[in-house]
Structure formats: structure tokens, C-alpha cells
Design a protein around this ligand. Structure first.
Ligand SMILES: [Zn+2]
Length: 319
């Protein structure tokens, strides 16, 4: 009888692993997870948005999210404080020495990735969500081409390169492209990466009026995206994460100054503490791990990112 019970238990565990559920959450997710199964995550990145800018920046939506959510302005970039190396780390839960994307415009890893996932790419957060919850809709909106090489687009259902604002298009028009998709498809995970702060940082300087104007514009677009989740009926079940790849100094970045390395990390939504300043260390690769935690995903051993557990009102117990 005891052997039979063992066999039944083994069958249940095997079934759990074949269904793609992590064993440690299998069977208890519905009871102990602080998140509903229909939780949504919207990850919004402002390329080149350094923490130094926050005090002066006219970003009412970001600042409201900080008052009503959890935040730190001391999240650190990986080195070099360059774009592709940092977006890769944010999506891949690991550092450049592990995933291998080491430069501002890495399109392929310069160091062989330590492990490869389904699409011959180092495991990304989208890859984990896609493989463990095959029905989850995943979207990526971006402006800078370099993003698509580090996000594993093959594991993403809806990939859109956003047009640039100009004479014919405002930021509001661009927000509508994203908003309409959110309203129609209600994605489980939606990553949106704006290029503009970085663009104006290089063109006019990371302390220039143009740079601060671009921060105001992307913040306004953030407000539009929040509104679209309300129209989609998912606002109450959506966790927003707002962050960046790096900051800047003068007209450049890539170095080791804190102006280049420190960027904001803001989490806002259901079951997130309000007005809570995160005191623990947060690194670029912790963002992927935090999203994986929210969705209850099993993460690869090669990931070094840790979920920022202190932001949640009710933590699920971890191993
Ligand atoms: Zn960048």
C-alpha cells in the first residue's frame, strides 16, 4: 500500500513537470500564491533614464506610481552601462558574463551563452512564460532595433517596432498603437521600450532641456498605457514595472559613474506595497526574476537574478 502511494505521488509529480509547472509551486499555486492566475505584467523601459534626473523631471505618472507603489533609485546597471548588455540582462535574468551579450549593440553574444534555451537563445523571461504557460499572450513594443536581438522574439506572440514621433505622429498616436493592442488582446506580459531619453541624451546631453522634454513625453505615454489597461478591464490585475537600462553623463554612457549606472525601478499594482522605498540591492537581472516570481515560473539554474520580494505585501514562501 505504501509503495502504491509512492507511485501515485510520483505520477502526480511527473504530471506536474510535464505540464510545465514548477514542482515547488505545483499543487499550491492557487492557495498560497498572492497573485491570481490571470495576473498581467506590463514592463515599461525608458532607454537612458538615469536616477539623477528624477528630482528635476516632470514625470507625474512615474511619481504617482512611486507614491502608490514600491521603488528604488539605486538599481544598478551591469557593466558596461550600455544598452544591449543591459536590456539582455533585464530580459535574461543573468549578467553579460553568463548570457554573453556584452556591448551597446550586441546582436549575437560575443561570449558563447552559458546555456541555450528553446530558440537557441539564452533563456529569456518570455521564453519561460511561453514554454510554461503556452496560452499566455506576450507582446513587445520597441523603438530601437537592438531590442529585438536580446528579447527572443520567437517566444513573443506580438512584436511591433513603434514609429518615431514627428510631424505626422505625436507620442499620443504611438500610445494608441500600444493601447489598442492591450484593449483587444489583454496580454499576460507586455514589454514596451521607448528609445527617446537616450536619443536626446546623445544628441543634446543627458542634462539638456531636450532630454527632460523626452522624459515628460514618455511619462505621458505611460499615463496613456495605464488608461488603456482600465479600458481593457485588467487594471486591477496588472502589475506595472517601470525601469531603464542605464543613465548617462555629458552626451554619453557606458562608464562606471553612478549617473550612468543607477536607474529607477518602480513596481505598482495589486499586492504591491504603497509608497515603499526598497532598501535592498536591486540589479538589472533581478527584473526578469521578479516577473518570473509573479507568474510562478521555474527559472533556469544559469539565472542569477533574484525576485525583489520586499515589494509584495504577501510573499509566497521561497525555498
Ligand atoms: Zn540604452
Amino acid at each position: 500500500m505504501r509503495d502504491m502511494q509512492k507511485e501515485i505521488l510520483l505520477c502526480i509529480l511527473l504530471l506536474g513537470s510535464f505540464c510545465g509547472y514548477p514542482l515547488e509551486t505545483f499543487g499550491r499555486k492557487s492557495q498560497q500564491s498572492p497573485f491570481p492566475s490571470d495576473i498581467h505584467v506590463i514592463l515599461i523601459g525608458f532607454d537612458g533614464w538615469g536616477s539623477y534626473s528624477l528630482e528635476k523631471a516632470d514625470m507625474p505618472n512615474v511619481k504617482r506610481m512611486m507614491r502608490e507603489g514600491a521603488w528604488t533609485i539605486n538599481k544598478r546597471s551591469v557593466l558596461p552601462s550600455s544598452s544591449a548588455a543591459n536590456w539582455a540582462s533585464m530580459f535574461m535574468g543573468a549578467s553579460p558574463e553568463i548570457h554573453g551579450y556584452t556591448q551597446w549593440n550586441s546582436r549575437k553574444p560575443e561570449i558563447p551563452s552559458r546555456v541555450l534555451g528553446e530558440n537557441n537563445i539564452f533563456p529569456t523571461i518570455s521564453q519561460l512564460l511561453h514554454s510554461q504557460h503556452s496560452d499566455a499572450r506576450i507582446a513587445l513594443f520597441y523603438q530601437w532595433d537592438g531590442i529585438k536581438y536580446v528579447a527572443d522574439t520567437l517566444s513573443i506572440n506580438h512584436v511591433v517596432k513603434l514609429p518615431k514621433p514627428g510631424k505626422d505622429r505625436s507620442f499620443g498616436d504611438i500610445s494608441k498603437i500600444i493601447g489598442n493592442y492591450i484593449i483587444e488582446e489583454r496580454p499576460a506580459l507586455c514589454a514596451i521600450v521607448y528609445d527617446y531619453p537616450d536619443h536626446y541624451g546623445h544628441a543634446s546631453g543627458f542634462e539638456s532641456d531636450d532630454y527632460y522634454l523626452s522624459l515628460k513625453e514618455v511619462d505621458s505615454s505611460l499615463g496613456d498605457i495605464i488608461q488603456s489597461t482600465k479600458e481593457a478591464g485588467i487594471f486591477e490585475n496588472t502589475i506595472f514595472i517601470v525601469s531603464s537600462d542605464h543613465g548617462g553623463t555629458g552626451k554619453n554612457h557606458g562608464g562606471k559613474s553612478l549617473a550612468e549606472m543607477e536607474t529607477p525601478f518602480i513596481v505598482f499594482g495589486p499586492n504591491i506595497k504603497k509608497g515603499y522605498e526598497i532598501s535592498e540591492s536591486v540589479m538589472q537581472y533581478d527584473i526578469a526574476a521578479t516577473i518570473a516570481y509573479i507568474f510562478g515560473l521555474k527559472t533556469p539554474q544559469a539565472w542569477i537574478g533574484r525576485p525583489v520580494l520586499s515589494v509584495f505585501k504577501n510573499n509566497r514562501k521561497t525555498k
